[in-house]
Write a protein that binds this ligand. Sequence first.
Ligand code: UD1
Ligand code: MG
Length: 450
Amino acid sequence: MSEIAIIVLAAGKGSRMKSAMPKVMHRVAGRSLLGHVLHAARPLGVAEAVIVVGPDMDEVAVEARTVFPGARTAVQRERLGTAHAVSTARDLLSGFKGTVLVLYGDGPLISSETLNSLVRMAGAGPVVLGFEAKDPTGYGRLLLDDGGHVVDIREDVDASPVERMIRLSNSGVIALSAPLLWQLLPGIGNSNAKGEYYLTDIVALAASSGIPFRLAICDEGEVAGVNDRVQLAAVEATLQDRFRRHHMLSGVTMTAPETVYFSADTEIGQDVSIGPHVVFGPAVRIETGAEILAFSHIEGAQIAAGARIGPYARLRPGTQIGVNAHVGNFVEMKQATLGNGAKANHLSYIGDAAVGARANVGAGTITCNYDGFEKHRTDIGADVFIGSNTALVAPVKVGDGASVAAGSVVTRDVPEGALAISRPALELRLGWAQRLRQIRMSRKSAMKKG
Ligand code: UD1
Ligand code: MG
């Protein structure tokens, strides 16, 4: 198969998003719209990726390079139409002779399988991706000849009443050889209702040169585009349903899947169980047999086999949970590791810290990692016992096997095997409580009588 280049059109401002951010930077399932499109194309083995952006869209270039390190951007200064947008990529692809796949940056639901079959077909001539629209309003309509070739695409605004009845619609995605693309593109004009250079006109030009486009068909669900935030939410919902299904079919148990939210990159091993109302931000990996209980929020975390998280746990970026470790309710962790079999079961903050294997972090323990200016580390060794309501004032180390008594404020390193206690001496005043109660009771009854 010949080499593949993608051109992703993303120069539109997306004014209906009503946003200071370019449309393709909006996120669904923890990933930008552009990121989804690029990820769908990645398995094709893309040799060149050019993203067509508008002026002042540097963040889009940065985003593209996180998925394709070699991705380049072409700037379309004036938005003169999709054909004009493609032509801005020409210089960057001047030496490229393989298959060009043109994609839209705001269509995040397109699948790798569909793109793959499209570029395979394109080895034998140009291909356009179409779909049967339930309601084709707004889409270009595909006009076929008797042999089933696509001979023209009529934009909705330019279509006759009869053409408007056609439901076979243009997804916008095409694949064709680079030489053919650059040969046909200059022939496209702008005498149409919008006065734009339509890429879709390439189809009629190809047909009249005797190299008609063939049709590939995909499901309408794959071509839904995002133009406003209502559609953004609809796409989010579609993706979430896809991920829920995918994880369940891969062996993950979910009691209420409709309440669980994934990121596109969430990785979950077999026999993991996930309770209701769990949210996964980007970069989470969970290994076999771990259990995530209800109402947990997890982002940038790795959770090893057999661990139990939640209910109501919050794991922030840089968290690593060891095998069979437990993180309980209202425990927050950030840039922290919890060793194998270690436990932090209740009401704690563990940040910029390492907790050794089998250590027990008592309820209400806080790593005081921030002094108002800088962050500092806390290192807790293996088999350590930290009593409830301990404040560990970082930087500080607690050696293996040490214990810290409840209520302590630990401001110095605790050597291996030592006991640290820091608390005011306890005073006991025998009988005082009883006497106080008698005095108060007799005062109260005197007041009632009076
Ligand atoms: C386009 C197709 C239509 C198809 C529909 C599918 C054309 C002329 N029409 O219409 O047949 O049914 O998509 O959704 O192609 N863009 C640029 N520069 C431009 C113009 C557009 O980069 O000058 C980008 C946009 O950011 C967007 C994409 O190209 O990502 C498509 O443009 P859009 O204006 O949304 O085209 P539609 O009218 O939806
Ligand atoms: Mg559109």
